[in-house]
Design a protein around this ligand. Structure first.
Ligand code: 5RP
Length: 225
């Protein structure tokens, strides 16, 4: 199986997983990226079985709408049954690094509201220790240099993602060489730097389940302490 075929398989597996729970008024959260896009395409086949979706980015909102799936403002929704999204890395505790596509802040907000977070990945995303993928940090533009200096103090090598402005009008620093031994602690520490909107560690709100596409099919993974 190619990486694309693995992504396709987990996208379909996610639809099959949530399908029995869908009701007419169910609103689901939908993530951003190539795997999430395949999920949206598969979700379109059952679009008459649920109420609509909250999108984690403008791009996702456009793709949902193009399939005729209604997109809701999160402020008009009390709860989300489930959030489905990809990741750039995950570990055995289902802690994630996300934000390769720059949508980390809205992704984190939608994930926070959802009762269940189903993460859909191919097997190349599995790591023993998070941090080989540079950790994205969304920053208020005027704080970019200050935040970069603070990230260096934490042991990282921040690189400005040139030419990228997030859906929230901010910039992204990708932090290389960060030793992530305590994902929850580091997530809080980085978020405490003035000027940081949020960072791409999803450890305080980890995934509840990871569907991982492999050569031999889709595996369902839970946190193993
Ligand atoms: C976007 C993300 C994506 O989930 C992450 O980058 C994985 O993307 P893909 O499914 O294309 O590999 O966090 O901000």
């Amino acid at each position: 199986m190619t990486q694309d075929e693995m992504k396709q398989a987990v996208a379909r597996a996610a639809v099959e997983r949530i399908r029995p729970k869908l009701e007419n008024d169910t609103i689901i959260g939908v993530g951003t990226g190539s795997t999430a896009n395949l999920f949206i395409d598969a979700l379109a086949e059952v679009k008459n079985d649920f109420g609509g979706a909250v999108a984690s980015s403008e791009a996702t909102a456009e793709r949902l709408k193009s399939h005729g799936i209604e997109v809701f403002d999160l402020n008009s929704v009390d709860q989300l049954a489930v959030y489905v999204d990809g990741a750039d890395e995950f570990d055995r505790h289902l802690h994630l690094i996300k934000g390769g596509g720059g949508a980390l802040t809205r992704e984190k907000i939608v994930a926070a509201v959802a009762r269940e977070f189903v993460c859909i990945v191919d097997s190349t995303k599995k790591v023993d220790l998070l941090g080989e993928f540079p950790l994205p940090v969304e920053v208020i533009p005027m704080a970019r240099s200050y935040v970069a200096r603070e990230l260096v103090k934490l042991g990282g090598q921040p690189v400005y993602r040139e030419g990228v402005v997030t859906d929230n009008g901010n910039v992204i620093l990708d932090v290389h060489d960060m030793e992530i031994l305590d994902p929850k602690g580091l997530e809080q520490q980085i978020n405490n730097i003035v000027g940081v909107v949020t960072n791409g560690l999803f450890a305080l709100r980890a995934a509840n389940v990871v569907l991982m596409g492999t050569e031999s099919g889709v595996e369902t993974l839970h946190d193993t302490h």
